[in-house]
Design a protein around this ligand. Structure first.
Ligand code: GAL
Length: 420
């Protein structure tokens, strides 16, 4: 009897040992994986590092890195729309956390619920609750966040400011005081690029003018755009625009950053992908070769956005896409991608020693600042509002009419159902 029992035990243990490695082994994947984003050219290295990790894990998968150039996804979103509506979704695509994701593709029932993946990978505990809320609805979780970017950052080169004898402005009044001095030196006070970067600058200026409570109130529908506060924000924006370069509309965001690097401009307000560009592409040292501060009047506030990737319904290579999402959400993926990208990890357990001085300071600010959502990068408002806002901006750039812009925004907010 004892012998039989021992035999049974031995057989069971042997069977378990044989089965375990097979069970633990990931399914061997092959075929294509098409990922779609706007991280082309100078924006590419961080994405490439993720693809490299994926290729190590799944060498037989052919990764198609489909990118459409154009900062902030201005062109990519249009191409994506055509593909999604035409029934040709990529396997996974970049989308901003917030209304850009929820108000567009989730509302249209085009995304798969990823709750199963979040549970399986233990992500419910490593992504902040607030972020999970932003990418979720009562019906599911709809994308995997890869980063946290800050929109309201003022960039400069410390040695140049010293040469011109100007300090970093703490608010727009200070900026408006020092700007004429810079102009006299033949320096553009504030570098600006194509129209979406005007939207980007607007949100920093409006946040400074309104303050964070009123900023939030605009998006939840409790403060009207055509209120006195709303009009004032556009007026201040108009004043700030006077100190930008006239050729802005023909420049990419990188070219506006280049103006600061080359000493043709003193400052630029841009998201911290500019830190990624300066540190990763231009090999500049944060704190020495380039400096940063919260955009004027927004110290203590973190205008936030996050890039994420989702799984569209009908993705042609679903298993490969799920394996891709696993890499994106992993600690390894996150701590490889973000130091190159100029963003901080969306996970709460990131290894900060891998991040440069700028990113460490951004991470500290994210922990203590008042966090508010970006309009220009998909958090605050849905696509109807965002695309309409681009037209309002075009009109404002031509007319400089603050009241008309504020009223047009209110009409848009009504049409887009903001805060409803
Ligand atoms: C943002 C995006 C960033 C960066 C930037 C410039 O919308 O979230 O990751 O790519 O555009 O293109």
């Amino acid at each position: 009897m004892k012998k039989t029992l021992a035999k049974i035990c031995f057989v069971l243990v042997a069977a378990f040992m044989l089965a375990a490695p097979q069970g633990a082994q990931a399914k061997k994947l092959s075929g294509d994986l098409e990922i779609f984003s706007w991280w082309a050219g100078d924006e590419g290295p961080a994405l490439q590092a993720l693809i490299d990790i994926y290729k190590q894990k799944h060498p037989d998968v052919n990764v198609i890195n489909a990118t459409v150039t154009g900062g902030s996804g201005v062109n990519a979103r249009a191409v994506l729309k055509t593909r999604m509506l035409g029934g040709e979704p990529p396997d996974s695509f970049q989308v901003h956390a917030g209304q850009e994701l929820i108000g567009t593709w989730v509302e249209a029932d085009r995304m798969e619920d990823l709750t199963f993946l979040f549970k399986e990978q233990g992500w419910m505990d490593v992504f902040p609750e607030g972020l999970i809320k932003l990418i979720g609805t009562d019906k599911g979780i709809w994308s995997v966040p890869v980063n946290v970017h800050r929109s309201n950052v003022l960039w400069y080169v410390p040695a140049n400011l010293k040469k011109w004898g100007v300090d970093v402005p703490k608010n727009w009044e200070e900026f408006i005081k020092i700007a004429p001095k810079l102009k006299k030196e033949g320096v553009v006070p504030l570098a600006l690029a194509q129209n979406w970067t005007a939207n980007h600058l607007w949100e920093s200026v409006a946040l400074a003018s309104l303050g964070p409570d009123n900023w939030d109130a605009l998006w939840n529908g409790t403060l009207r755009f055509d209120s006195e506060e709303g009009v004032k924000a556009w007026e201040l924006f108009g004043k700030v625009l006077e100190y930008t370069n006239p050729d802005a509309s023909s420049l990419s965001w990188q070219q506006a950053t280049d103006m600061v690097i080359d000493g043709r401009a003193a400052f630029n307000v841009m998201g911290d992908w500019a830190a990624g560009y300066m540190a990763t592409t231009k090999k500049m040292e944060p704190g020495k070769d380039f400096g940063w501060a919260a955009s004027p009047g927004t110290n203590g506030e973190f205008l936030f956005l996050a890039d994420s990737f989702g799984l569209p319904k009908g993705a042609p290579h679903r298993d490969n896409a799920i394996a891709w999402l696993k890499v994106l959400g992993s600690k390894e993926g996150s701590d490889t991608f973000n130091p190159l990208k100029g963003s901080i990890s969306a996970r709460t357990d990131s290894d900060l020693s891998k991040y440069n001085a700028y990113l460490q300071s951004a991470s500290a600010d994210f922990g203590k600042d008042r966090v508010v959502g970006s309009l220009a990068h998909g958090v605050a408002a849905n696509e109807t509002f965002m695309s309409g806002f681009a037209s309002v901006m075009e009109m404002f750039l031509k007319t400089n009419n603050a009241k008309a812009a504020a009223m047009a925004c209110q009409q848009l907010a009504d049409k887009a159902g903001l805060g409803k």
